[in-house]
Design a binder for this molecule. Structure first.
Ligand code: DAH
Length: 326
């Protein structure tokens, strides 16, 4: 008994304690065998041996339970210690990064700020005059359709492009002026390549009549696109916008296949990246400007960011894709 007691005292974990229990009261345990041996005894000897064994058993059980409790407390403390999370522990800081759309806006405006363009911002809610009328977008133009524009109940609308900033600025200031206006725009469009909210950057240059023309526009946009996309070829394609005349769309050689043709450029070798033109005189008239010339351009920021950062799904800008927004 003494040695068993000592053994129990020295046990340090629940597995060893269970093992010891088996050694004592298991099928072939010493106590079980000792009880079995009683059959070889008789009379008083048997009685006193049985009493002795029962006492031993009681002692053992008491010691066992006490030890079991002790070990359980110990093991629980150990487990808590191991699983403890020190929330105050400094493990290095994971900083978020700026959204690619904002990075791209900054990159774009950096270029124009360096050329003394003034940074302007307009409101997101516009009226028909600033968003359409003053920009020479006629009443029957499809852009005014309820399908394309979000109208508010009080007859206002969410701007469908950044061009209305041109109107606000021209109404407030006198030429010459050079402005760059980034911001969110809204259209009732939603599919793989269209989002109801996206971003544009608008540019406008106005000076006295004849002082700025298409050659300036061409020079600056070509240089700007090379600043953003590096070693590319730029081409101007004749196009139409109500607020510019003449108008052009600008393509760059595909940044992925270098013009050979791939899936991104629909095997044309070219990517359309912005719209531009010489400001239509109807626009100047709507703000009361006389004897001026100007050029304007507009671009989609998400498109620039997708091409520049190699992002192939427009939706990743607006969903919780941490590679893009994290
Ligand atoms: N506002 C046009 C659009 O949303 C983009 C644009 C084209 C702006 C030509 C301009 C421009 O200033 O000259 O599609």
């Amino acid at each position: 008994m003494q040695s068993i007691k000592e053994k129990i005292q020295s046990v340090a974990n629940s597995q060893d304690l269970e093992k010891l229990k088996v050694e004592v009261v298991g099928k072939k345990g010493i106590l079980t065998l000792a009880f079995a041996d009683l059959k070889n005894l008789n009379g008083e000897a048997k009685q006193s041996r049985a009493k002795e064994l029962n006492l031993f058993k009681q002692d053992f059980e008491a010691l066992f339970e006490a030890k079991k409790g002790e070990i359980r407390t110990l093991e629980l403390a150990q487990k808590l210690q191991e699983e403890n999370i020190d929330v105050s522990l400094f493990v290095g800081q994971r900083r978020g990064k700026e959204h690619y759309v904002n990075l791209m806006i900054e990159k774009i405006i950096d270029y124009f700020i360096a050329l003394n363009f003034e940074l302007c911002e307009g409101g997101l809610v516009e009226d028909d005059f600033h968003n359409f009328e003053a920009l020479n977008i006629p009443k029957f133009h499809p852009a005014r359709d309820m399908q394309d524009t979000f109208y508010t109940q009080d007859g206002k609308l969410l701007r469908t492009h950044t061009s209305p900033v041109q109107i606000h600025v021209m109404k407030k200031k006198t030429p010459p002026l050079k402005i760059i206006a980034p911001g969110a725009v809204f259209r009732r469009d939603y599919d793989l390549t269209h989002s109801p909210m996206f971003h544009q950057v608008e540019g406008l240059v106005v000076d006295s009549y004849g002082k700025v023309g298409f050659s300036h526009l061409k020079l600056i946009l070509e240089d700007f696109l090379k600043y953003i996309f590096g070693d590319i070829v730029v081409r101007f394609r004749s196009s139409f916008f109500p607020f510019t005349e003449p108008s052009a769309e600008v393509d760059i050689s595909c940044v992925f296949c270098k013009g050979d043709g791939c899936r991104v450029c629909s095997h044309t070798g070219w990517l359309e990246v912005l719209g531009c033109g010489i400001v239509n005189h109807a626009v100047f008239e709507s703000v009361g400007y006389k004897d001026v010339s100007g050029y304007a351009f507009g671009l989609g920021v998400e498109r620039f960011a997708m091409l520049y950062y190699g992002i192939n799904d427009l939706r990743s800008f607006f969903e919780a894709d941490l590679r893009v927004i994290g």
